[in-house]
Design a binder for this molecule. Sequence first.
Ligand code: NAD
Length: 498
Amino acid sequence: MTKNVHHWIGGKTVEGTSGQWGPVTDPATGEITTRVALASAAEVGTAVAAAKAAFATWGTSSLAQRTAVLFRYRALLDAHRDELAALITAEHGKVHSDALGEVARGLEIVELACGITTQLKGELSTQVSQRVDVAAIRQPLGVVAGITPFNFPAMVPMWMFPLAVACGNTFVLKPSEKDPSAANRLAELAAEAGLPDGVLNVVHGDKTAVDALLEHPDVAAVSFVGSTPIARYIHRKATEHGKRVQALGGAKNHMLVLPDADLDAAADAAVSAAYGSAGERCMAISAVVAVGSVGDALVEKIRERAEKIKIGPGTDPESEMGPLITAAHRDKVASYVTGAADEGCEVVLDGTGYTVDGHENGHWIGLSLLDRVPTTAKAYQDEIFGPVLCVLRAETYEEGVALINASPFGNGTAIFTRDGGAARRFQLEVQAGMVGVNVPIPVPVGYHSFGGWKDSLFGDHHIYGNDGVHFYTRGKVVTTRWPDPSEAPAGIDLGFPR
Ligand code: NAD
């Protein structure tokens, strides 16, 4: 029996009417468990209309009203962590503990949104001239759309809508069609927390729904997270249609290991960051750059650890790594490993052909480790988005940093060293938006902002934190003079005001 996932519009479930459906698979079994309604442009229009109608009152609601809803929402999400994590595991495949981590990182942004009162205080300068004050305020944009990827079906939507609605906007979310259920549950819980109908809407769909959002005149801004080619497309098309847009793209995150690093700690970090969530993280470490003489010892330590990782269904508490999202994606990931030797890589671990007993139709792949990877290899140049770690060798720190900076991506990066001076140099010299020093996955906490450089982000604003508040509001500066009634009017002056 498959279940159907419908849209959530105007505070209730709205059945899909386009006649188009997408399959949702349990990656651990390969079975289609669910079908998701794919919205037509007209259905997207219904969701945008609901959001526009809700903005008329939500946009002028008091901060106290908004934060009361958000505090209740926070409590409800906290109480439903396990249920949300189970929904994520059932459709994405990641292990339950990892799914719980995803919910926790999303909750951080709800907590940030609970404190929106502080963020929206504005600025006031008094007496800038005689009896003249200047106030800078920020106001909501209107209807905002969010388009999200499969790999964090709860966290990435939560990077967006809690802050957007806290700022007074209304929201239309278009989640990934590969794992759509968590988004609907997030919306139901928001309604239970008292979020008025139409403030948060969820339309499911594919390119048709996305294009309808990008072209809709009533959508003021678009937040996107996904792969680089689509991020580039979203940024161009949304900008052409006059919208504000932030589009976060893909990544190839490097970890530079200097000769003085604690190699055991570096190997632990590399294995956790490369193979966690089966490598389906935009902040996964996919390239280790070993500097000087550490390469052989480091590769050996990574191999020893990687061989012990237990692969299995995300529902099994023993599993450390689950399956990939689809069989097609698994096959694509495998192709990078099977082609690696011909491209000059040393294949230390080959995870292709792996299967799990009793779950033979799941989208399994084992852990792969490629050493001495040339920068010309496809396994290095492409974002593989699977459990494949490339190790590259560099003679010096300078060579290692130059290699990282030559990458078209600039999402996250990390340095492992005991040398504070080298770490400081790295922070300043490396071209990436998020840098870790002995921290392999430097995802900023909610009150800082998340975002990469180069082909990892199109647009000016990073997501959540202060940048998020800026993205979801526009500035207005009010200059006020209250003349003293006892004074004569200043009279006419055609000069430019000074
Ligand atoms: P994707 O780009 O295929 O899809 C993302 C969204 O875009 C989905 O909602 C999808 O329905 C929609 N979409 C897909 N093709 C489209 C098209 N042709 N036209 C319009 N819309 C389209 O990404 P994915 O495979 O779901 O997610 C994995 C990617 O996301 C990886 O590249 C990963 O690095 C990236 N990612 C980046 C970040 C970040 O913060 N930079 C975070 C998570 C994931």
